[in-house]
Design a protein around this ligand. Structure first.
Ligand code: TRP
Length: 348
């Protein structure tokens, strides 16, 4: 069975973009069709300035929301990255296989460095080495497929390069994974700035629908979405990005397609009302389930404990193999090597 691995970073409250672009596909498709692991990648949440209490809170919330969105611990593995040591164990090996130039070429890194530089600030070293950890996340599980948005495609590409290089140098160890674009996923843009994606880390309130926003707040944000100069509802991503975004959200929530929905709604107001209704229909059950889960934190705790155990059982032998392949002496294997190489000079 195909193994799928994906991760979500607890750096902000999860958004409609996370839900329609990833979580929903994981719940509706991946967990049923594949041996799927979903990881709350908390270590990745520390590559930029972070508040410890907030990181902890967002990690709990992300776990609860993943279950609320329909991930079923009977079908897939849900766990927290820092609960499984293999990620950091393997990350170091990845740093020994990658070059600094490769890391510096990553678009996300370059953009962040540039924006911090204008303020005279430097970035954390972990921001540079982040793709090594991400590669470790994926390779430690022998994942075949990694469903991610296009902003992560470059990191998965690098993961492939590192896997191939490691295998060539040290013997076949890793499955070479590939990025997949989720089939039912929508690319949700910021309601106030439809040229940029609805990201959780930007925290630019009015343009971002958070999964746990109150229903009235969600409706208000959608009703106040920027539209374009024009009157007619047409689906044109280039010329009318605001309207196109609403149409895509509506399509993603109702299962329709944006082109034909454009012909159904004859004013921006009607389109916004329909979109708000559709979003609330989709998020209502998620919010209700989230509320139930919050009453029973012991259950979520247990899911994460069991998830980490299952994850460890997969990752441990793969990472151990990599340690041995790269030349690290396994504990307990001293005598084994000594017998194989009796001569003093043979150890050079
Ligand atoms: N870098 C991803 C993001 O920012 C999160 C992530 C970390 C990830 N490790 C991963 C995604 C492994 C897929 C597989 O969204």
């Amino acid at each position: 069975m195909t193994r799928v691995f994906s991760g979500i970073k607890p750096t902000g409250h999860l958004t409609l973009g996370n839900y329609l672009g990833a979580m929903r596909q994981w719940a509706a498709v991946d967990q049923h069709q594949a041996d799927a692991l979903f990881c709350i990648v908390d270590l990745h949440g520390m590559t930029v300035d972070h508040d410890p209490a907030r990181l902890r809170r967002l990690t709990r919330q992300a776990a609860t929301l993943l279950l609320a969105a329909g991930l079923d611990p009977e079908l897939c593995t849900v766990f927290v990255q820092s609960h499984v040591d293999e990620h950091t164990r393997l990350s170091y090996l990845m740093e020994c296989v990658a070059t600094d130039g490769e890391m510096r070429r990553m678009i996300q890194y370059k953009e962040k460095v540039a924006s911090e530089a204008v303020r005279g600030r430097s970035v954390r070293l972990s921001l540079l080495t982040y793709p090594a950890l991400m590669a470790a996340d994926i390779l430690a599980y022998g994942a075949d497929e990694v469903p991610v948005g296009d902003d992560q495609a470059q990191h998965v590409e690098l993961t492939r390069d590192l896997a191939v290089r490691f295998n060539q140098r040290y013997g076949h160890t890793f499955v070479v994974p590939k990025a997949t674009v989720p089939k039912v996923a929508a690319r949700v843009m910021n309601l106030q700035d439809p040229m940029s994606k609805m990201g959780k880390s930007d925290d630019s309130g009015p343009g971002v629908v958070y999964l746990l926003d109150e229903p009235e707040v969600i409706r208000k944000k959608i009703m106040r979405a920027v539209t374009d100069s024009g009157q007619e509802v047409v689906y044109d991503r280039e010329e009318q990005p605001g309207v196109a975004n609403l149409l895509e959200i509506l399509a993603a929530c109702t299962g329709g397609n944006p082109e034909s929905l454009a012909t159904v709604h004859d004013s921006y107001g009607a389109l916004k009302r329909a979109t708000a209704d559709a979003v609330l229909d989709v998020l209502g059950p998620v919010q209700a389930r989230h509320k139930e889960l919050c009453v029973d934190p012991g259950y979520v705790e247990e899911v994460l404990r069991h998830g980490a155990e299952k994850a460890r059982a997969i990752a441990r032998p793969i990472v151990d193999t990599a340690y041995r392949a790269i030349g690290l002496l396994p504990p307990g294997a001293f005598a084994e090597d000594a017998v194989a190489q009796p001569a003093v000079n043979a150890a050079r």
